[in-house]
Design a protein around this ligand. Structure first.
Ligand code: LLP
Length: 426
């Protein structure tokens, strides 16, 4: 359920007409719904009612500080994967003691910044990282609270590019080695092991991979505790899939996910941390674009729109399906045609969908690309010197530009000529 719905034939974001925002800020733009973000956060956290949990929103999914603050106001912490995301989470007002830092390649600078900020936990993914962290913590005279990210060697049954829990993936520490490393860390100066972390992939729509990974985690906890080692916290990662509107896709459900967690960890006394991204932000955002031309041919109709793969890269990168609907609702039983909706970028991969049956499209129409609130704006680039599009946040009847449109001049201003090119040839 989201708050982008038709009302009297026009699509609203909560109580605001999408076309009004388009008239105001131009296209393309991302629009986020506060009520949807809040609803998803409530549904997800509600699945663990009565349990000792902390929900750390995965900032990589949508890193706009207004989005992060909206969730922080509801009690969310943050899962960050770079010094940049750490800065954003703090700028958004997330308390440091609700921030976890994940990632396979944290630099010494990033680790040092995290320790200085006093974050809740650093999820260590390798022995060399542990050594580096120990040395930095000692130099700073602090103790780093560490969770070890386990590679459970479980197949997440999702797209290969977003699968992270198999032995051949770069993430985490092989589960067979966790006991030995945890024990060693307990004796290390500057390090305080607090628990384990796991994240096996994203857009998971089946429950078995979660269950299998979590059972492995539970077994590891039993083993560690039997050896007298303290495990205060388990970070169970993110990964819960959502519906993108494709008719035959399997469905993931936060309530069912909550039941798996309750089932596997019924006897675990300690805190459970979650790092959801997509399930919170995915349906809470849309990308709004205007049709520039419709090119009708013998074999294909192309609707050429002003958004492109640099704005929303998921279809070209993962062949991802995103539902596309007109802002002005089509008449029931009205004329339809098969369209390839494509952007202006000079690559065939710049395609939002192929051969999709849509209501008749004309130049100038506004289209909404749905379920773009996660891994949309956060993954945008300026390829083809297309500057980043604005992000708008809606709350009931109000809306606000939460990131202005970058101008091409902003991009060119970042570049300089070397001395030998500084004069224009006469
Ligand atoms: N925790 C860790 C350690 C992660 O690596 C991720 C996502 C998450 C949490 C959040 O996962 P989520 O709940 O959003 O599934 N760009 C891709 C998705 C990449 C996910 C990367 N890691 C996409 O657009 O599908």
């Amino acid at each position: 359920m989201d708050h982008f719905q038709y009302h009297d034939g026009v699509m609203l974001a909560e109580d605001v007409a999408i076309s009004d925002i388009a008239d105001d800020v131009g296209t393309p733009f991302y629009a986020y719904s506060t009520a949807t973000l809040e609803r998803h956060f409530k549904v997800f956290s509600g699945a663990f009612d009565g349990m000792d949990t902390l929900i750390c929103f995965s900032v990589k999914a949508n890193s706009n500080i207004a989005v992060v603050r909206t969730l922080a106001r509801m009690g969310a912490g943050a899962d960050v994967v770079s010094g940049g995301e750490l800065k954003r989470a703090l700028a958004a007002g997330v308390p440091a003691d609700k921030i976890v830092f994940s990632g396979v390649g944290k630099t010494a600078q990033e680790l040092s910044d995290a320790l200085k900020a006093g974050i809740m936990q650093i999820n260590v993914e390798s022995e060399p990282e542990l050594e580096t962290l120990g040395a930095i913590a000692q130099a700073l005279g602090v103790e780093a609270a560490v969770a070890f990210r386990v590679n459970p060697d479980v197949d997440a049954q999702t797209h290969a590019k977003i699968s992270t829990g198999k032995a051949e993936n770069k993430f985490g520490i092989e589960w067979m080695r966790i006991h030995e490393i945890y024990k060693k860390a307990t004796a290390m100066a500057g390090i305080r092991p607090v628990g384990l972390a796991v994240h096996i992939g994203s857009q998971l729509t089946r429950s078995d991979p979660f269950r299998n990974a979590y059972i492995r985690m539970r077994d590891l906890v039993t083993m560690l505790r039997a050896d007298g080692l303290s495990v205060e916290r388990l970070d169970l990662g993110g990964g819960l899939g959502i519906s993108y509107g494709e008719s035959d896709e399997p469905l993931a459900d936060p309530v069912e996910y909550g039941e798996i967690v309750r089932d596997v960890f019924a006897d675990f006394d300690g805190q459970l941390v979650f790092e959801p991204g997509r399930v919170i932000a995915g349906n809470a955002g849309v990308l709004v674009t205007r049709v520039i031309y419709v090119k009708e041919g013998a074999t294909r109709n192309f609707a050429i729109v002003d958004a492109a793969m640099n704005d929303l890269t998921r279809p070209s990168l993962y062949d991802a399906f995103h539902e596309i609907v007109p802002v002005n609702q089509a008449d029931e039983g009205g004329d339809t045609a098969l369209y390839d909706v494509v952007g202006p970028i000079c690559e065939t991969g710049d395609t939002f969908c192929t051969q999709r049956r849509l209501p008749r499209i004309a130049a100038g129409d506004l289209l909404v690309i749905r379920t773009a609130g996660a891994y949309g704006a956060a993954m945008a680039s300026s390829y083809n010197t297309r500057a980043l599009v604005p992000e708008i946040m809606v709350r009931e009847k109000d809306y606000s530009v939460i990131r202005r449109r970058l101008e091409v001049d902003d991009l060119i201003d970042l570049e300089t000529f070397p001395a030998w090119l500084s004069n224009n040839p006469e």
